[in-house]
Write a protein that binds this ligand. Structure first.
Ligand code: 13P
Ligand code: SF4
Length: 313
């Protein structure tokens, strides 16, 4: 890595009182400069506690938006304004309103991979770490709507035993590039490895895996496991952290194609640029922010009441 840029970045961070939060799918160079690397739930919780004046969010737009929803008085910057999650774009406020109008006393659970406007139309948010707990926490007898990920939705439905109306969205990276045949091949090639997959994978992939878990839980699980080999069924960026945290363990990607192109748009040069020039602000119109704050906060409360790390989730 260009040490000159890193030096400049560090002095900018100090001067402006900024913190760098990064998702585990980011490039290795971003892992190395970040103050905190985590999954979407870890990052939301971190964004809630941050003391710095500026948050530089290295992730996709909806993640930076959550930081802004939780911190209206802080400046949130995203190093690449086009780093978007295509799944988040698969549900709009209009479509959600129409879906709600077809259900009896709808209760909307919005995966955090949604826009702030969709969150504002929802009752509670969830991430892949806490989705089962969130759905189980719902007391209403109304129909539960789950948006937008059909794969996470069907996994949660199966795990919780709670019937839901599930939107037909999906993550192109997990849905299209982790296929059952890759899992079967990995099983043949690495018979001693444990196969871990993200719940955004197709149900056929999930049923072939040993364990299903969010990226944050995956990082903690691998550290605690006595096993030494793992096949990883999620975006490739996580491999850098897994290897860094567990140098004596071996990790095999379920496929070399599991790359989220949006996550990879962010580079150290862009991080330095947004901080130096104070650009790419992420902000949410106040009316939407107020209404999206509660579903996010409710989600954080569910998690605070229960254990985050459950083996086998
Ligand atoms: P995590 O909740 O595991 O961070 O996943 C977020 C995401 O975008 C997965 O594709
Ligand atoms: Fe969105 Fe999938 Fe990329 Fe995650 S990996 S940010 S769900 S496109």
């Amino acid at each position: 890595m260009n040490t000159e840029i890193v030096k400049e970045l560090n002095s900018l961070k100090k001067e402006k009182n900024a913190v760098i939060l990064a998702h585990v799918y980011q490039l290795p160079e971003i892992h190395d400069i970040a103050d905190f690397v985590g999954d979407s739930l870890d990052l939301s919780r971190k964004a809630f506690q941050v003391k710095a004046d500026i948050i530089v969010f290295c992730g996709v737009y909806f993640m930076a938006e959550i930081a802004s929803i939780l911190n209206p008085n802080k400046k949130v910057l995203i190093p690449d304004i086009d780093a978007d999650c295509p799944m988040a774009g698969m549900i709009t406020v209009e479509k959600l309103k129409e879906f709600k109008s077809q259900c009896k006393n709808p209760v909307v659970v919005a995966y955090v991979n949604t826009s702030a406007a969709v969150k504002a139309e929802s009752d509670i948010c969830c991430t892949s770490s806490n989705a089962v707990d969130v759905v189980k926490s719902i007391k209403s007898s109304g129909e539960i709507i789950f948006v937008p990920d059909r794969n996470l939705g069907s996994y949660v439905q199966k795990k919780s035993g709670i019937e839901m109306k599930i939107w037909n969205g999906f993550c192109p990276t997990h849905n299209n590039f982790i296929l059952p045949e890759y899992i079967l091949k990995a099983r043949r090639e690495h018979p001693h490895a444990e196969i871990l997959v993200h719940p955004e994978c197709r149900p056929e992939v999930i049923s072939l895996a040993d364990r299903v878990m969010s990226t944050g839980i995956m990082c903690r699980y691998v550290k605690e496991s006595y096993k030494e080999e793992f096949v990883i069924g999620t975006e490739s960026g996580i491999l850098y952290k897994l290897k860094k945290d567990n140098p004596n363990k071996n990790f095999y990607p379920a496929s070399s194609l599991v790359i989220c192109p949006n996550m990879k748009k962010i580079t150290v040069a862009k991080v330095k640029d947004v901080l130096a020039n104070m650009k790419n602000f992420v902000s949410v119109p106040e009316k939407i922010r107020e209404r999206s704050y509660y579903p996010v906060l409710k989600m954080l409360k569910v998690i605070q009441k229960q254990t985050i790390f459950k083996k086998g989730f």
